[in-house]
Ligand binder design. Structure first.
Ligand code: ADP
Ligand code: MG
Length: 396
């Protein structure tokens, strides 16, 4: 996919509308719990500001469903942004309209204006409900840059603006990096290429497995997703989290691996308990998990099996935690494998998925991965379909 580069735009003294992903987690007091998404946008914002652009940044936050929800205001983000940038940061209490236009008109080169939560307008998520919204947004800028990979799979108004910016729209640095890394995984992966998947639902991951299987050298499955694959083959999984409606999809994955001669590695033992708070013990697949007992993590033999296999890879793509990581000690399998991947210097290691990234972030393991995808749904959909609405819109 060919796109323009914003580095080629003469942005000095021009208004540049930048779609960023400032959808940060907030705590009960409305304080920003984690500002990584704000920091992730800084390279693009700084590059534009340094070159004398007047930057108009816009984002959504949460799901206000087309109404003004004061708790979902981007005002705290503007404050944090002004601490992180060395320029003047202004905040507009709406994303379109005369007051916003006035603030834009007053903006000096090298200054930034952050617009209020785009989703306070119904026209952001449902363009047909407010057809003028996209046009009003577009009228604020001379150029358009999209750096919000996390929403690149949703054809929302702020994402589809390139139609108003002929030859004046480009991806930001973060978006470029995502397209580059994920595009290479799809088109020219290094071999051996091993895919590691986990998480809760087979149904959300099967598309990716199908899209990549032709290029895979091994498929490793953990987490509740493995429970479903095993249960679908008649294994005794006791009361573990199993997605019965996905048995046909699970059987399809097993059959595809066989057909393509791709080794499929499934857990051979588990950390099990009667409930997340009850004492846990190791049960092997061979023993079978009794009724009333659940598998919450991969066991020690499985960790060794997975680590050994992953050590052979030149490229590892990982999506989905390998256990119920939110509850100790069931994070241990995920963290042990993450540690191994993080210390692997010779392989390209790529990790995506909202929950997976959250698990590794907590353990401070992310910096050691080759690429960390900032998109959950967007990452999966890009790998599945080879493109995304936002990327299509930016194509030159
Ligand atoms: P991601 O967001 O990284 O794509 P998913 O949303 O598919 O991951 O799945 C994450 C969820 O799967 C987590 O909430 C995790 O607790 C759950 N999970 C994984 N393995 C198990 C398991 N064995 N039992 C129960 N829940 C599990
Ligand atoms: Mg998730």
């Amino acid at each position: 996919m060919k796109t323009l580069s914003f580095a080629d735009f003469p942005v000095q003294n021009k208004k540049v509308l930048v779609r960023v992903d400032f959808n940060v987690p907030l705590d009960e007091e409305g304080q920003i719990r984690d500002d990584s998404r704000i920091r992730a946008a800084l390279p693009t914002l700084n590059a534009l500001l340094k070159r004398g652009a007047k930057v108009i940044a816009m984002s959504h936050l949460g799901e206000p469903k087309g109404k003004v929800v004061p708790n979902l205001s981007l005002a705290p983000v503007a404050e944090r942004l002004s601490e992180l940038l060395s320029c003047k940061v202004f905040f507009a209490s709406d994303s379109i309209g005369p007051k916003v236009e006035e603030l834009v008109a007053k903006l000096a080169p090298g200054e930034l204006l952050l617009l209020e939560n785009l989703r306070f307008h119904p026209g952001e998520s449902s363009p047909d409900k407010e057809p003028s919204f996209a046009k009003s947004l577009a009228s604020l800028g001379d150029y358009y840059v999209n750096d919000a990979f996390g929403t690149a799979h949703r054809p929302h108004s702020s994402v589809m603006l390139p139609q108003f910016f002929l030859s004046k729209a480009a991806p930001g640095l973060l978006m470029e990096k995502e397209i580059d890394h994920l595009g290479r995984i799809l088109n020219t992966p290094k071999h051996p290429f091993h895919l590691l998947v986990g998480g809760a639902k087979v149904s959300t991951k099967i598309g990716v497995v199908k899209a990549l299987i032709g290029n895979l050298d091994a498929l490793l499955v953990g987490g509740a997703m493995a429970n479903t694959l095993l249960a679908a083959q008649g294994k005794k999984m006791g009361s573990s989290l199993v997605e019965e409606s996905a048995f046909p999809a699970a059987q399809e994955i097993v059959a595809l691996c066989k057909q393509r001669s791709v080794p499929l590695l499934l857990p051979v033992d588990f950390i099990c308990a009667e409930s997340p708070d009850a004492p846990s013990k190791v049960i092997t697949l061979e023993q079978g998990i009794p009724q009333g007992v659940q598998a919450f993590d991969i066991g020690p033999k499985t960790r060794q099996l997975f680590a050994d296999k992953l050590a052979e890879a030149a490229l590892v793509l990982w999506n989905g935690p390998l256990g119920f990581f939110e509850k100790k000690p069931f994070d241990a399998g995920t963290l042990e494998i993450a540690q191994k991947l993080a210390s692997n210097q010779k392989a390209e290691t790529v990790v995506g998925g909202g929950d997976t990234v959250a698990a590794l972030e907590e353990a401070d393991l992310l910096p050691k991965f080759t690429h960390v995808s900032t998109g959950g749904g967007a990452c999966l959909e890009f790998l599945e379909k080879g493109t995304l609405p936002a990327v299509e819109a930016l194509a030159k």
